[in-house]
Design a protein around this ligand. Structure first.
Ligand SMILES: [Zn+2]
Length: 125
């Protein structure tokens, strides 16, 4: 069973007098976690290890690791953003769970498919 979960966080980082917008995309697929971060710093991590910090390479590296582009990640994320009434995969009934801290998610009681998740906008420094 493959669960692919896309989390997109946008927010502001840096000093309060000089804030800088950032975007972070996390793709979890089975046991692999790929993170894309574009802001003051730019990097792609795979399972916590930095793969590249080259601003000209991050998008290409992200796409190579997860199999879809940053733009596609946004599209998938929108499509995954529910709430749904039934599992898109097996039409099973969905349950809600608070998930991790501050995260809401719905999962399918029948197949375990996670269909929706959302993180609050954090402020990181
Ligand atoms: Zn299902």
């Amino acid at each position: 069973m493959a669960i692919t979960k896309i989390t997109i966080r946008t927010g502001v980082q840096g000093p309060l007098h000089d804030p800088y917008g950032y975007e972070e995309i996390t793709v979890r697929h089975n046991n692999d976690t790929v993170e894309y971060h574009a802001g003051l710093d730019t990097w792609v991590k795979s399972n916590g290890k930095v793969v590249t910090e080259d601003v000209r390479q991050v998008r290409a590296v992200f796409e190579k690791l997860v199999g879809f582009s940053v733009e596609k990640a946004h599209k998938y994320h929108q499509r995954l953003t529910g709430p749904f009434h039934k599992c898109p995969k097996c039409k099973g009934a969905l349950e809600s769970s608070p998930g991790y801290a501050g995260e809401q998610l719905q999962y399918c009681a029948a197949c375990g498919n996670i269909v929706w998740s959302e993180d609050p906008t954090p402020y990181i420094q």
